[in-house]
Design a protein around this ligand. Sequence first.
Ligand code: AMP
Length: 180
Amino acid sequence: MRLLFLGPPGAGKGTQAERVAQRLGIPHISTGEMFRRHVSSGTDLGRRVKALMEAGEYVPDEITGQMLAGRLTDSDCAGGFILDGFPRTLPQAELLDRLLAEDPLDRVVSLEVDSQVLLERMLARGRADDTPDTIRRRLEVYETQTAPLLEFYGRRGIVSTVEGSGSIPEICERIIAALR
Ligand code: AMP
């Protein structure tokens, strides 16, 4: 299965994508994690994206798209995957359509969470880009750049909306049920 998890920052996409990927035996592909690994190992790419990430801004589509396109050609992706954090803009979604031309996304899981819960979760996880100013900016960027993707995929009738509050196992079961 080729899946995409969508939702605002703090919705629990990463946590749930990881769990569901394990259950389904497919890789979990997080562009945010890939960027964080580049930053912590100090690669050229890491140096280019560090300040943007810390400011809560998106990395340019070209850089992100190239990194993702390379990952999708890895042999472990042949049997399906869960995308988490890509695409985040319409041009990225259009690129993904071209990359997956023969075998498109099967399902988009949209995790919906109350905005107060989002803030609490982000403040609790304490990542480098989880300061109050950055969180505010990331929510804003999500609304303008990424939320429109719900309509983009909604028109194809492949979006399943899942309530993202509750315990981690509970939400995971809800997602698995929505995929059946
Ligand atoms: P995440 O772990 O998905 O919340 O991503 C953390 C940060 O990495 C984001 O706030 C962006 O700065 C950057 N990033 C991750 N994925 C993308 C993407 N698809 N497009 C642009 N920037 C991204």
